[in-house]
Every structure is written in structure tokens, then in C-alpha cells.
Design a binder for this molecule. Structure first.
Ligand SMILES: Nc1ncnc2c1ncn2[C@@H]1O[C@H](COP(=O)(O)OP(=O)(O)OP(=O)(O)O)[C@@H](O)[C@H]1O
Ligand SMILES: [Mg+2]
Length: 396
């Protein structure tokens, strides 16, 4: 079959030909954006889910909706070792200058720039030569305490008031939100708390691995009241079949029913795996419909591709100790796993495992779905660990 016409798109953040099974979240986002713009309070959204389930493509889709609703949008991706302030400041600057350019009475955009300038000054932002605006003096006493949990809410307020004055609204999208530290997360939560109290038109839509178990005390209870945490998981069978069949039918071809069901069985409905399977099966097939036999013949190829790419890149970033830790988890079956059980498998004490566990969380390999529990953040990684290290004893 014509490889150029292949509709599938395996890859990080690559928009799928059919965004299947996400109608409820998209509707939630539409309602949030609509209500915030009308100054009615609504919980912000944090999309949480494992690697490759489609958080980034959803975030992009919601950004489109926001733009259609005349929102001003900012989309950033958090990294290990890059602070929230450094990440956001240049975007907020651009946004405030854009707002300042819109004709209208009032000077809140200029004030926003002044507040941003004092914010940047206070945290001694090292972002090269970010020139906030030469002719604008920083606003002393606003967002310049140097304490992010105080300053970020003030900054967001200044931005939101500027947007409000210009008759628009702001949506901030943050991907990989789990990379922020506790102070940063808590500052974001405080800032969103302010937005809700004042009913200002600024919403936050985040995506990443679950952050809730990592938050402590007050931050956590605020977060639960201020955010919805839709769980982005594998697709249900009907949606997974649609994600495969519809794009193929669109270009005049098809899958047989048993072929579709077999792909669902093998992928368990995980979106990244569905795209990879669709892509390879199409290339392997000689004619349409793509049959069960083609799927069976493609099976080894796809398994190898996933092992060599999707799984391998993550595996190669691990130290020997980290590999052993993950292999012990895999030995315990499906998960989530109690830290105590992992320690027992490794014949060691929980506190000795602390640093390895912390590094694995930092690398985004595992997360804590609830207190004291660990789980793989990459779907089916337990099976991969058993494939690359068949014998558990050998890695001890
Ligand atoms: N609803 C969906 N239907 C079909 N395919 C999808 C869907 N959502 C995502 N995909 C596909 O899954 C793959 C992974 O998507 P994406 O990069 O958004 O996942 P992610 O959750 O952001 O992963 P990571 O945690 O690694 O960043 C892409 O190839 C994308 O096209
Ligand atoms: Mg992503």
C-alpha cells in the first residue's frame, strides 16, 4: 500500500489522524474556557497520565479551542533544571506587549509590564538579555519580594487584569508539569487561587504525571479544590478501533474486524502503541483490507521497534542501580508496588532505596500514584524490563 498515504503518526506530540475517546475532557476544557471568560469561576485542568497516552496532543487541541474563543495563549514545556519563572517570563512579556498594542483606554498592560519587570528583578532572572521594556520602570512593591509563592500570584493578577481591561482572557498551558519543584507548584496553585477569588479571566491547563501525591499539606488541599485532574488513560475498545479504522477509511482503505481486535489486544488501547501498530501494519500490507494475518506478521517488527525506540531510549538513561530497582518492580507483577515490597525483593531497607527512587522519579520513569506506592510511568514497561533482563537474579 502507498506509504505516502499512511495516515498514522507515531511520535511525541504528533497529532493523531483521529483524536479518539477524549470528548469528555475536550468538553470540560470548553466549559472551563467559556466560564472563565464570562468571569464565572471554574476549576482549572491538570491532565494526568502515563507516557504516550496523548497528554501533549490534548493540550495542543485545547489550545486551539482557546484560540477559537479569542483567548491569548501561552504554551510551555517544563524541563528538569529550568525554573518556572525563567520559563514563563519571556512569554508573559510578549503577551503583555501584545495587550498593550490593542487599542483601548486604561494602562493595565503597561502596569503588567512594570510588575513583570520587578518580578524578574527580584528573582534575578538569568534568561540572557530579556529586555522587559526600557522606558518602563519596575513597580516597586509588586511581585518583588523574592518569594515565588507571593510574587507569582501578584504577577498573574497584573496579567489577568490587563487582559480583562482589553476584553480578552489568558490561557496558560504547561506540559510536563511534574518537573516543577514543590515551591513552584505551590506558587502556581496560590496564583490560581487568586484568579478564582477575584474571578479574573486567566486559566491554567497543565499536563503531566500525577503531582498530587508529591504536594504537601495546604498546597494539596488547595489543589484539590482548584483543579480537576482528568485521568488520561488508554482508550476503550470502541475508541481504539475508531482511532485505527476511521483514518484508514478516510483514504479509501480498511482493516478487517479481527485485525482491529488483535491490535487492541496487543496494545491494550495505549495511544502511542496504536499509532505505531497502525503505521507498521499499513506499510506491511499489500492490499486492503488489512487482515489479521498481516497483523500477526507485523507483530515481531512492531515489538522490536517499540523495544528499540520507545522503551530503549528510556532504559539507556538509567544507571545500573536504577535498572535493578525497576527490574525488581517488574518482578512483582503489574503494580502499583509498595516500596516495602520492592525493598524486600532487593533484600535491602526502604531508606537505602530512597536516593535511587528519587532519581527515577526525577527522570520521569516512575511516579507515586498514592502515598507509599510506586508505579511505572511508561505503559507496559514492566514487560519490557522482563524482556531485556530475563533473569532477575542476574541483575542483583
Ligand atoms: N486520542 C488519541 N487517539 C489516537 N492516537 C492518539 C490519541 N492521543 C494521542 N495519540 C497518539 O499517541 C502518541 C503519543 O501522544 P502524546 O505525545 O501526546 O503523548 P503524551 O501523553 O504527551 O506522552 P509523554 O508523556 O511521553 O509526553 C502520538 O503518536 C499521538 O498521535
Ligand atoms: Mg507529552
Amino acid at each position: 500500500m502507498d506509504k505516502i498515504k499512511n495516515p498514522f503518526s507515531p511520535g511525541a506530540g504528533s497529532p493523531p489522524p483521529e483524536l479518539a475517546g477524549r470528548d469528555i475532557v475536550l468538553e470540560q476544557a470548553r466549559v472551563l474556557l467559556g466560564r472563565a471568560k464570562a468571569k464565572r469561576s471554574e476549576k482549572s485542568l491538570l491532565l494526568t497520565g502515563l507516557r504516550g497516552v496523548g497528554k501533549t496532543v490534548l493540550l495542543n487541541a485545547i489550545e486551539h479551542i482557546a484560540k477559537d474563543q479569542d483567548y491569548r495563549t501561552i504554551l510551555v514545556e517544563a524541563h528538569e533544571g529550568k525554573s518556572l519563572a525563567v520559563l514563563l517570563a519571556p512569554h508573559l512579556r510578549r503577551l503583555l506587549f501584545d495587550l498593550d498594542r490593542i487599542a483601548g483606554a486604561g494602562d493595565k498592560a503597561r502596569r503588567g509590564i512594570a510588575v513583570l519587570k520587578s518580578f524578574v528583578g527580584a528573582i534575578k532572572l538569568k534568561i540572557g538579555d530579556l529586555d522587559i521594556g526600557l522606558d518602563i520602570e519596575p513597580e516597586a512593591g509588586s511581585a518583588d519580594s523574592g518569594d515565588l509563592e507571593v510574587d507569582l500570584p501578584s504577577l498573574f493578577m497584573a496579567v489577568a487584569e490587563a487582559a480583562e481591561e482589553r476584553g480578552t482572557a489568558v490561557a496558560i498551558f504547561i506540559d510536563e508539569i511534574q518537573y516543577f519543584n514543590m515551591t513552584e507548584l505551590s506558587a502556581l496553585i496560590m496564583a490560581m487561587h487568586k484568579m478564582q477569588q477575584r474571578q479574573l479571566p486567566l486559566v491554567l491547563i497543565g499536563a503531566g504525571l500525577s503531582i498530587l501525591p508529591g504536594l504537601a499539606g495546604e498546597s494539596k488541599s488547595y489543589a484539590e479544590r482548584l483543579f480537576n485532574f482528568p485521568d488520561i488513560g488508554p482508550l476503550f475498545q470502541a475508541d481504539a478501533l475508531k482511532a485505527l479504522q476511521d483514518p484508514v477509511q478516510e483514504v479509501g482503505e480498511s482493516f478487517s474486524d479481527d485485525a482491529l481486535k488483535e491490535i487492541f489486544r496487543l496494545t491494550k488501547g495505549y495511544p502511542y502503541f496504536l499509532q505505531e501498530w497502525g503505521y507498521q501494519a499499513w506499510n506491511q500490507a499489500v492490499t486492503s483490507p488489512i487482515t489479521l494475518q498481516v497483523i500477526q506478521e507485523t507483530s515481531d517488527l512492531v515489538a522490536k521497534r517499540l523495544d528499540d525506540n520507545f522503551f530503549r531510549v528510556r532504559f539507556d538513561r538509567l544507571t545500573p542501580k536504577e535498572k535493578t530497582f525497576l527490574r525488581a518492580m517488574a518482578e512483582l507483577g503489574e503494580g502499583p508496588y509498595r516500596t516495602g515490597d520492592i525493598a524486600e525483593k532487593l533484600n535491602t531497607k526502604i531508606n537505602i532505596l530512597g536516593p535511587v527512587r528519587a532519581n527515577l522519579i526525577k527522570k520521569g520513569m516512575v511516579y507515586s500514584p498514592s502515598y507509599g506506592d510506586m508505579a511505572f510511568s511508561v505503559p507496559l514497561f514492566n514487560e519490557f524490563m522482563r524482556r531485556v533482563i530475563p533473569n532477575f537474579e542476574s541483575c542483583l
